[in-house]
Design a binder for this molecule. Structure first.
Ligand SMILES: *Cc1c(COP(=O)(O)O)cnc(C)c1O
Length: 422
């Protein structure tokens, strides 16, 4: 593909012209500078932009609440009682799951804990947890606190899957070695499906196979995967997964997360779990005096009646994803990120290195660009020019051209500016 790319503005414009998804950008609010010029927003991996329909979806619920009060639970246009069900099919499609395997609830780190209640059942001998050495801090803290909670020492209980000396990316052989050597002591693998720092998309199915061969549970954090890559969760065989919806799923700051529990666990009554009234059989929930009758599958993990205003924002986004489909998004994404990579490689300097894998099958849209001898002032200079990226110490700029709203001209103009700043 890259052999046909050209590093000119005209060429970038021609790619935009040919883009069959170009109409989507206009369905988002794009932040603008004082002169009304669009920012170059490459931070959809941190907070996705707002769809123009979001307001409408939230207003619908505000109006129904104003007009109906408590009756809205059943009488609202989208009744609040089953509201989460309106999200399930679209969400299941995005992650490649069956509806019984998926629910939208709580936030990501909370869900990781609730899932570990079920899937981290340590014994004296088999209690360790494998994470990536550069796992997202919240995941690390969650895992360490689970070890402490169960009476283990988190220093000794966390095993890091690390890149080799002088490398940035993880190798599957090294996970295999960890499992060969320490598998008998390992209870759980909790791995980021797409690493937040390097953008590396790991082979989830392979991780599940390796972990299960040593009787370990396998969980995947899909915060940087959902809406970005197509993880085929059901087929991968992983036991559980969790993600947030405010990154690539554009549902707004702090919005609810989603989780996946593989169908093979859906009816397992022996699985330990925490419960609340929303875990209970919907038909008898309001009898209020019943013994707990847990809903099978992911829905049974709900505790509370959920925040409808957040769910409305998620519905606005999922309806868009459902219309477009991940196949089309992924196709554009590979081309857009491929063009971005091509342009970066044209920069005539040895200060720059893309640490994200070059193989499109091993990455989503994000490229992590390492800049030798750079400090945060480079990121600030980009930001001052309304080019919104994400800085990670010591020297990496993470840039996520998102297929729903970024353009080929965005990546072209971004790289031009980067060139002059260097
Ligand atoms: C964004 C992100 C989080 C954030 O967790 P919240 O509970 O939503 O605040 C956690 N883990 C990973 C891997 C992330 O990318």
């Amino acid at each position: 593909m890259s052999s046909t790319f050209k590093a000119t503005l005209d060429f970038a414009k021609s790619l935009d012209q040919k883009d069959t998804l170009k109409h989507l950008r206009n369905q988002f609010h794009i932040p603008k500078d004082n002169n009304g010029k669009d920012w170059i927003y490459m931070c959809g991996n941190s907070l996705g932009l707002q769809p123009k329909t979001t307001k409408q979806y939230i207003n619908q619920e505000l109006n129904d609440w104003a007009n109906l009060g408590v009756e809205g639970h059943f009488e609202a246009q989208n009744p609040w009682m089953p509201y989460h069900e309106f999200l399930t099919d679209a969400m299941a499609k995005i992650v490649g799951a069956k509806p019984i395997e998926v629910v939208v609830m709580n936030t990501l780190t909370t869900n990781l804990h609730l899932l570990m209640v079920s899937f981290y059942q340590p014994t004296k001998k088999k209690y360790k947890i494998v994470i990536e050495s550069d796992a997202f801090p919240s995941d690390r803290y969650a895992v360490e606190s689970q070890l402490n909670f169960h009476g283990f020492n988190s220093k000794d209980g966390v095993i890091e899957w690390k890149p080799r000396e002088g490398e940035e990316l993880l190798r599957m052989e090294d996970l295999e070695t960890i499992l060969d050597e320490q598998g008998d002591e390992i209870a759980l693998l909790l791995i980021g499906g797409v690493n937040y720092y390097t953008g590396q998309y790991l082979d989830i199915k392979k991780i599940a196979t390796l972990g299960h061969a040593k009787n370990c549970m396998v969980g995947i954090d899909l915060a940087h995967g959902v809406g970005n890559i197509k993880p085929d969760l059901h087929d991968s065989g992983v036991d559980f997964a969790a993600w947030c919806t405010y990154k690539y799923l554009n549902s707004g700051p702090g919005s609810l997360g989603g989780l996946f529990i593989h169908e093979k666990h859906a009816h397992n009554k022996d699985l330990k779990k925490f419960s609340g009234w929303w875990s209970h059989n919907k038909a008898t929930r309001f009898n209020m005096r019943q013994e707990l009758d847990i809903i099978p599958g992911a829905e049974g993990y709900q505790l509370s009646n959920p925040p409808i205003l957040s769910m409305a924002a998620i519905k606005a986004s999922l309806d868009m994803f459902n219309d477009v489909g991940m196949d089309a998004l992924r196709e554009k994404s590979e081309q857009l990120t491929g063009y971005f990579e091509f342009l970066i490689n044209q920069i005539d300097t040895d200060r720059i290195k893309v640490i994200t894998p070059t193989n499109p099958q091993e990455r989503g849209c994000q490229l992590s660009v390492q800049v030798k001898n750079a400090d945060k002032s480079l990121h600030k200079a980009l930001t001052d020019n309304h080019i919104i990226t994400d800085w990670r110490e010591p020297d990496v700029i993470r840039c996520a051209p998102v297929p729903m709203y970024n353009t080929f001209q965005d990546v072209f103009n971004m790289v031009e500016k980067l060139k002059t700043l260097l």
